[in-house]
Design a binder for this molecule. Structure first.
Ligand code: RTP
Length: 150
């Protein structure tokens, strides 16, 4: 079975609104394994690198200002199809398009304050994990893995 790792980040608004525990709970209860986590206040340069593909968008300066306004909770979650499933758990980029039951559908209103980030492909996940956790992740085995997977 191919296990994937995805980079999930609770944005400053999610941290400020006390949603960190709720988001971790959802990933844990789904069955994903937390293999790295830290609370960090990203620099402007780091955030510009993370969102480099959006550099020519009109909202880019505001996005960087928002993302550097306070601590983010940077995490790596591991499991089967973690990248695609993680994106489903977050919901659509636009909260108004996000289904109820998703994190964005349940907890936010505006695209510029949409609580969390999730890698959109395995390649970008590997790139983002390397950027945010150059020290590497923690290898361990969840004791319920035999019950989670066929
Ligand atoms: P993310 O990278 O944060 O997970 O979001 P995403 O893939 O769902 O969406 P993306 O297009 O990569 O946009 C990154 C973040 O930029 C903000 N945004 N603002 N004002 C706007 O129209 C607008 N569009 C995007 C959002 O915070 C979005 O998550």
């Amino acid at each position: 079975m191919v296990m994937e790792r995805t980079y999930i980040m609770i944005k400053p608004d999610g941290v400020q609104r006390g949603l960190t525990g709720e988001i971790i709970k959802r990933f844990e209860q789904k069955g994903y394994k937390l293999v790295a986590m830290k609370l960090t206040k990203p620099s402007k340069e780091h955030m510009e690198k993370h969102y480099a593909d959006l550099a020519n968008k009109k909202f880019f300066p505001g996005l960087i200002e928002y993302m550097t306004s306070g601590p983010v909770c940077a995490m790596v979650w591991e499991g089967k199809n973690a990248v695609l499933e993680g994106r489903k758990m977050l919901g659509a980029t636009m909260p108004s398009d996000s289904a109820m039951g998703t994190i964005r559908g349940d907890f936010c209103i505006e695209v510029g304050r949409n609580i969390c980030h999730g890698s959109d492909a395995v390649e970008s996940a590997n790139h983002e994990i390397g950027m945010w956790f150059p020290e590497g992740v923690c290898e361990w085995t969840r004791c319920d893995e035999k019950s989670l997977y066929e």
